[in-house]
Design a protein around this ligand. Structure first.
Ligand code: SF4
Length: 168
């Protein structure tokens, strides 16, 4: 018990997961190196929602906070497909959104890659296949990498981005 209180006095109340912090730091280092080597230090992502519940987007928003700090690694979310290297696609590929997704893909300059995010684009989310659902996205686009989860946590997204960078 005395050891516990000594530690508490010395370190305060720890709420952070230090093992996770270390893993994240290692992933960040590798991402930065890969972005530098393969994209001259700057990788632009256009996120496209093809009919989602918005939880995947909420998790992606967390990537910009000071903890994950994706921009410091050279990865940016951009507003136009014309400025992008990668399309990060989430959602179900609905009947209404499919032509817009294909149009956005067409506007990304070569070379370009598609990463699918979450269970929706691979038709693993709990939705029925109907006339309004055009998933899986791979039927319409050349998908280079998939990041699973429903929704994937920011750490899973960041891990997935590193897997993609190592693959290409
Ligand atoms: S994968 Fe899950 S969390 Fe992401 S958009 Fe689909 S239903 Fe929502």
């Amino acid at each position: 018990m005395i050891q516990f209180w000594n530690k508490r006095v010395k370190e305060g109340i720890l709420t952070e997961d230090t093992a996770l912090d270390k893993e994240l730091e290692a992933i960040k280092r590798e991402i930065k190196e890969n972005v530098k080597k393969k994209f001259a230090g700057s990788l632009a992502i256009r996120m496209v929602d093809s009919g989602s519940c918005n939880a995947c987007e909420a998790e992606c928003n967390a990537l910009s906070n000071p903890y994950y700090d994706l921009e410091r690694l050279g990865i940016y979310f951009v507003a136009s497909p014309r400025h992008a290297d990668v399309m990060l696609l989430n959602g179900l590929m609905t009947f209404n959104m499919t032509p817009h997704v294909l149009d956005a893909y067409k506007q990304i300059p070569e070379p370009k890659w598609v990463i699918t995010l979450g269970a929706c684009p691979v038709m693993e989310a709990p939705f029925e296949k109907t006339f309004a659902v055009k998933a899986p996205a791979a039927d319409h686009l050349p998908v280079a990498h998939h990041i699973p989860g429903c929704p994937p946590e920011p750490l899973e997204i960041i891990r997935g981005l590193l897997e993609f960078l190592k693959k290409i």
